[in-house]
Design a protein around this ligand. Structure first.
Ligand SMILES: *Cc1c(COP(=O)(O)O)cnc(C)c1O
Length: 365
């Protein structure tokens, strides 16, 4: 089915949302100026709002989450430096090799449950100060984890690894593309999350429902460097307030409602658990990302994804047997309630008519 059809249930990503009439109204009435010269009042308002909310000194608006992550990395690292990151981290695997391409940074990828790191996994991973070795410079953490399973960092664990990083001379950067999903699900505050971080990148184009936009926040000095790299990366815009207005709107209206997406995700997970041929532990669904597996004797994840697409449900394949359904603001409980029947229909449709195998965690966005 065409994903643009009204009846298509698009759970492929929370990037699929369209701006609501209220958000569009905020965009149409925004005060604008030339942001490259710091003259767009709406962008300035967004940046100072974010500083206030996060308890950070400075912030800079960016086009995408990839861009704001890469601006952050470049503020902390020099060519030849290395960062520590989970092997499923978006920065390591879904940004086109940007740390190496844009800044000459290599990613040292580490393992850990749920896409998260612990002091045990980090211990011993800082290279000695030696001309032969690259300089270990930065710890990157993702909250919530995406390919790692949609989990939020427990605050204690986050504080421990960030303290460890700082004690060992590293900086800390959070890829907080979905950090408000984490604060809503965990019940901690965004200020508590930001306290142990040097920089954080947050996306407005995911659960917050904006058409585009991200922000990097951190100390004045690092954000000043990030403004320079934003220009170099081609992301310094002019009347960007037209987009920033949507972001201001989202911060004021779309954070608390993320609980609905989490409730819908858990409801979906519980329904999926009753379907023969599907494996899922519903209590593992902490936020808006629902990961589940198809029993391999019935077919693979890509085949099920294609069969579902035919009957009007978008769910991405994340591995050989793994799929990811993502709830968001354009998906009501009524739509979610139709998904289990669609999955049963797809499983009964004879999956071997569909080709293709997904081999890795490749779902984007
Ligand atoms: C979506 C996402 C990003 C940013 O992606 P863009 O498509 O560049 O906006 C970064 N990190 C994670 C974990 C994400 O899910």
């Amino acid at each position: 089915m065409d994903p643009h059809s009204d009846s298509y249930i698009d759970l492929r990503s929370d990037t699929k949302t369209k701006p609501t009439p209220e958000m569009l109204e905020a965009m149409m009435t925004a005060e604008l100026g030339d942001d490259m010269n710091g003259e767009d009042p709406t962008v300035n308002r967004l940046e100072s709002m974010v500083c206030e909310m996060l308890g950070m000194e400075a912030a800079v608006f960016a086009c995408s989450g990839t861009q704001s992550n890469q601006m952050g990395l470049r503020s902390h690292c020099l060519p030849g430096d290395e960062l520590l990151i989970h092997e499923l981290g978006h920065i390591a695997i879904f940004e086109g090799g940007a740390p190496a391409v844009l800044s000459g940074i290599s990613c040292r990828t580490l393992t850990g449950d749920k896409g998260m790191l612990t002091v045990d996994t980090l211990q011993g991973k800082i290279r000695a100060d030696d001309q032969h070795l690259c300089r270990t410079r930065l710890l990157c953490v993702e909250n919530t984890t995406n390919a790692g399973g949609g989990y939020y960092y427990p605050l204690g664990q986050l504080n421990k690894i960030c303290d460890w990083a700082h004690e060992n001379g590293l900086k800390t950067h959070m890829d907080g593309a979905r950090v408000f999903n984490a604060t809503i699900a965990a019940g901690y505050s965004i200020k508590e999350v930001c306290a142990p971080l040097d920089t954080i990148s947050i996306c407005f184009s995911k659960g917050l429902g904006c058409p585009m936009g991200s922000i990097l926040a951190g100390p004045k000095e690092e954000i000043a460097k990030a403004r320079r790299s934003r220009k170099i990366f081609g992301g310094a815009l002019r009347q960007a307030g037209i987009v920033a207005a949507a972001c201001v709107y989202a911060l004021e209206n779309n954070i608390e409602r993320l609980q609905k997406d989490h409730d819908n995700a858990r409801f979906l997970a519980e329904q999926l658990a009753t379907i023969e041929g599907i494996s899922i532990s519903p209590e593992e669904t902490e936020t808006n990302l629902v990961f589940f597996d198809i029993h391999p004797e019935l077919g693979n994840a890509m085949q099920l994804s294609k069969a579902l697409h035919e009957i009007g449900v978008g769910i991405g394949a994340m591995g050989h047997t793994r799929l990811r359904a993502c709830t968001h603001l354009d998906i009501s409980r009524e739509k979610i309630a139709q998904v289990p029947a669609a999955i049963k229909e797809a499983l009964n449709s004879g999956l071997n008519q569909y080709q293709g195998v997904a081999t890795g965690p490749y779902a984007r966005g």
